[in-house]
Design a binder for this molecule. Sequence first.
Ligand code: NIG
Ligand code: FE
Length: 404
Amino acid sequence: MRTLITNIGELTTNDPRLAAADPTGAADPTAAADPTGTLHDAAVLVEDGRIRWVGPIGDAPAPREADETVDAAGRAVIPGFVDSHSHLVFGGDRAAEFEARMAGQKYAAGGIRSTVAATRAATDAELRARLRGLLDEMHAQGTTTVEVKSGYGLDVATEERLVRLAAEATEEVTFLGAHVVPVEYADDPDAYVDLVTGPMLDACAPHARWIDVFCETGAFTVAQSRRILEAGIARGLRPRLHASQLGPGDGVRLAVELGAASVDHGTFLTDDDIAALAGSETVLTLLPGVEFSTRQPYPDARRLIDAGVTVALACDTNPGSSFTSSMPFCIAVAVRDMRMTVAEAVWAATAGGAAALRRDDVGRIAPGARADLVLLDAPTRVHLAYRPGVPLVHRVWKDGLPVA
Ligand code: NIG
Ligand code: FE
C-alpha cells in the first residue's frame, strides 16, 4: 500500500539533512543546523507503514505510482507526537481533589492512594475500557506513540494486571510499583521496597520494558529509588525516574548516574542538576500539564535548553496531577509559560519523546521511519501554540494507517 501526501505547505521532518536539500530556497542558510528539518511545499510517500520518500513536490513520485493520494492543500504536517510519560490504567475519579486544589489546597503525593483503592476494585474490562478511551483521545490529538506506566495497584496481583493491560496497548510499558508506599506498608516502607524488588518485579518484568520510581519526599528516598532501579536493571528493564516534582532532591543525579533514558518533572532543578543533565544522555521530560493542574511554578525550559539539556514534553496523563491527554495543549503552555520556541516545543513533543524512549523509528519523518504523521488544519506548526485549545489535528496516521 502506497500513500502519497502532497501539497504540504510546511513539513517538520526532525531530520536536518532533508531540510538542507530543500531546493525552494525557503529554508534559510542555517537550515542544516535546524533540528526540526523543515521543508516547504513538500510531499511524503508512505509505503507499507513506513516513510519511503520525503522531498519537494516537484521531485515527488507521480500520483499514479501511489494507491492513494492525499492533498494537504498547503497545510502543515508534523511527526506524530511521542508522549513518553502517562498513567492510563486506573479506576475512579479525582475531580473533587482538583476542585479543592483550585480553591487553595496543596497537591501532595498521597492523593495517589485514593486512585489505588479504586483501581484495585476495578475489573480488567473496566480498566481496559478506560485505557482505550484515553488512547482514542490521544490519537485524536495527534499522539501516535505512548508510554504507559503501572503504579495504581501497589500489590503484586494488581500491578501485574496493570502492566499486562498496558502491554495490550503499547510496547512502551513501565513498571512503577514504587509510585507511593501503600497504606498497608505505611509503618515499614522498606518492607514494601522488598516486595517491589522481589515478587512484584518477578510478576511484572515479563510485561514491561522500563522501570520507574517516584523519587520524592512523601514517596521514595534516593536510596530506595536506587535499590529499586538497580533491581529492575538486573532483570533487563531500563531505568527512568520521576524526580524534583515537589521540591529539589538528588533524584536527577541518580538518574544520570544510572544512565536513565529520561528523568521526568524537573520542576525544581538546581544548577548541579542542570550541569549533570547537560553532560549526559539522559533526557529531561517536562510535563507542563502538572504545573498547570497543581498550580506550581513552571520550570524554565529556556535555561535548560541553553545549558545543552535535551528536553522532551509529555502529558503525564493521570487522574491526580495532570488529567490532560493533549500534546497540543502542552506545547502551547511550554511556549507561553516555559519560554520554549514553537520549534523547540514541537521537537520536544516528537523527537524529544522518541529520545526519552530511546527510539529512532518514531518522532521524525524520514525514509525508513514509521509512517506516524499528523496533518494539521493550519498552515504552520506555530498555530499549535498560537491557537491554544483549538482542535487543529485534521488527520493522523500511525504505521501508515489512519487512526483519526
Ligand atoms: O507523574 N508524580 C507521581 N505520579 C503522578 C501523579 C499521580 C497522582 O497524583 O495520581 C505524576 O504526577
Ligand atoms: Fe507521572
